[in-house]
Ligand binder design. Structure first.
Ligand SMILES: NC(=O)c1ccc[n+]([C@@H]2O[C@H](COP(=O)([O-])OP(=O)(O)OC[C@H]3O[C@@H](n4cnc5c(N)ncnc54)[C@H](OP(=O)(O)O)[C@@H]3O)[C@@H](O)[C@H]2O)c1
Length: 287
């Protein structure tokens, strides 16, 4: 049986494709009022139309945000506040890989900016709504790749030695550290924070791989991929499983609760990443 999400306000980022689209359809099908966040107007409308068609009568709305821009994330948070006086669930899911090193208009390496700082800034800007709506849930889509991630505060954006995987793994380690630190910070207010690896899922994210890697993915990995629908279910479970009431600071891989990388248990590291992230997005003592 599912936690009753009927009528609950759920925001899903990265809702235009892959597991975010599937989770949006599943949650709308359970009766949640889903706001699908996309960056491209046409893709976002098309995804919302698909979810509406698949889910029936549940109200589906859309908002736009390119998570590579902190100004856009601030606009998104303002629009969420304008539209909603409560927020029961935030699903941080929008993510990408970058074959070559790119720097955003805020001067930050794009993978870290979108995948980690995007989650961090949006969540912080809507924590008041989540707290007001307690019991509420934050679900952070990380990756098993976090296990290979490292955190070097002297060169967070890989000015030296950039590679697509190293940048991705660091951003995903950031996700799990963030989800755990958020759980600690919100422990007393009824907002849970958990992270997950959805499995290796057949989605558009793999089209961001370099040309040389694509045959390897197609031949060696794709046979083991799960469908986007199944990957979406992994998100839906964390949003709607009644057994997870009050469970916080947990990490799930392929649907099972497991220990994350040992680095994630380093609370000093998690606190330091939080402080540095605050500085990079202009929050906290710096706002
Ligand atoms: N697929 C896997 O095997 C796998 C494994 C572990 C973790 N994950 C995680 O799952 C999450 C979803 O990925 P997916 O596999 O479903 O891939 P996907 O099909 O490529 O979906 C990614 C979503 O994120 C959005 N997005 C990317 N960059 C964005 C930006 N700058 N601003 C706003 N939205 C942006 C995409 O929007 P557009 O449609 O506009 O591109 C899309 O909606 C990611 O966080 C990824 O790290 C995936």
């Amino acid at each position: 049986m599912a936690w009753d999400v009927r009528g609950k306000t759920v925001v899903v980022t990265g809702a235009t494709s892959g597991i975010g689209l599937e989770a949006s359809a599943q949650l709308a099908g359970l009766g949640a009022a889903v706001t699908m966040v996309g960056r491209d107007p046409a893709r976002t409308s098309a995804a919302a139309a698909e979810v509406t068609r698949r889910a029936g009568s549940a109200p589906v709305t859309t908002l736009l945000c390119d998570f590579a821009s902190q100004a856009a994330i601030r606009r998104l948070a303002s629009e969420i506040h304008e539209r909603h006086d409560r927020l029961d669930v935030l699903v941080n899911n929008a993510g990408a890989v970058n074959k070559t090193r790119r720097v955003t208009s805020d001067g930050i390496e794009a993978t870290f900016a979108v995948n980690h700082l995007g989650y961090f800034l949006l969540t912080n800007l809507v924590t008041d709504l989540l707290t007001r709506s307690a019991p509420a849930r934050v679900v952070t889509v990380a990756s098993v790749g976090h296990r290979a991630g490292t955190m070097d505060f002297d060169d967070l954006g890989y000015e030296r030695g950039y590679s697509i995987m190293k940048a991705y793994q660091r951003s995903k380690l950031g996700n799990v550290l963030f989800a755990h630190e958020l759980a600690r910070r919100l422990a007393d207010v009824g907002v849970t924070s958990n992270a997950l690896h959805p499995g290796a899922v057949d989605t558009n994210i793999w089209s961001g791989a370099p040309l040389w890697a694509r045959p390897i993915i197609a031949l060696a990995l794709r046979p083991f991929f799960i469908s986007a629908e199944r990957g979406g279910e992994r998100i839906t479970e964390l949003v709607a499983d009644p057994a997870l009431e009050g469970v916080t600071g947990a990490y799930f891989e392929d649907g099972k609760r497991v220990e994350p990388a040992p680095l994630v248990r380093d609370q000093d590291l998690a606190r330091r990443l939080w402080d540095v992230s605050e500085q990079l997005v202009g929050l906290g003592t710096h706002s």
